[in-house]
Structure formats: structure tokens, C-alpha cells
Design a protein around this ligand. Structure first.
Ligand SMILES: [Cu+2]
Length: 131
């Protein structure tokens, strides 16, 4: 094999590995919109988790694969939804910060237990169980 051919083979292998990782990430969850939406625009069939007084008001929700959870921040303190590395993919995932009356929606595509927290307030913890 020539050097060029070897390089091409290596690059193809790297590209496929990167693609595989991306697809695995995209499979576990789908984020409805990267930036928070107005609370009133939460999907009608979503399971709602309100955030108030530095807490996720429903610390545990159980849904089926393909269902969407929408978080609504009801207070002035900004909050988000974040996953540690290994939960929804190899890397950690920090959702966008929600201001008061903003929402953030995630569709969970695969069965599993998804523990999450708020990035600036790591003591705020809850989970989504998909079964
Ligand atoms: Cu918070």
C-alpha cells in the first residue's frame, strides 16, 4: 500500500468513527430547540417539569421512548438541564439556560435512566426514566 492509500484508509476509518459517535449521540435524545422557547410553546403532549424555588418540582418522571419532557422555569433565577458525561453520550451535555417563563424540551428515544442537574446549581438534581 502506498503512503497516500494508507492515509486515505486511516482518514476513512476516523471519519466513520466520528460519524458513529455522532449518530449514537443523536439517537438517545433529540433536543427540540437549542435555545429556550416561551413556556406557552411547550409541546401539547409533553410531560412538564416545573422549576421553582431552586428545585425541579417533579424529581422523577417516567415516560416511554419517544416521549418529550419539557422543563419550565417559573422563577427569576436562571436554570438549565445538564447531563454528565456518559448519560446521553460520551460527552457531557449542558442545555441552554432558561430565564423566567422559558421552556426547554428534550425527546428521549432510548430506554434508560437519565440523571440530570442544573449546571450553576449542581445540588439541583432529578431524573427521567424511560421504559
Ligand atoms: Cu439552577
Amino acid at each position: 500500500m502506498t503512503f497516500a492509500a494508507k492515509t486515505r484508509t486511516l482518514l476513512t476509518a476516523l471519519a466513520l468513527t466520528a460519524l458513529g459517535t455522532q449518530m449514537a449521540l443523536a439517537d438517545k435524545i433529540s433536543i427540540l430547540t437549542e435555545t429556550p422557547a416561551p413556556a406557552a410553546e411547550a409541546p401539547a403532549d409533553a410531560v412538564i417539569v416545573n422549576i421553582a424555588k431552586m428545585k425541579y418540582e417533579t424529581p422523577e418522571v417516567t415516560i416511554k421512548p419517544g416521549q418529550t419532557v419539557t422543563w419550565i422555569n417559573t422563577e427569576a433565577m436562571p436554570h438549565n438541564v445538564a447531563f454528565k458525561a456518559g448519560v446521553v453520550g460520551d460527552a457531557k451535555m449542558d442545555g441552554a439556560m432558561m430565564k423566567k417563563d422559558q421552556s426547554y424540551s428534550i425527546t428521549f428515544n432510548e430506554a434508560g435512566t437519565y440523571a440530570y442537574h442544573c449546571t450553576p446549581h449542581p445540588f439541583m438534581k432529578a431524573k427521567v426514566i424511560v421504559e
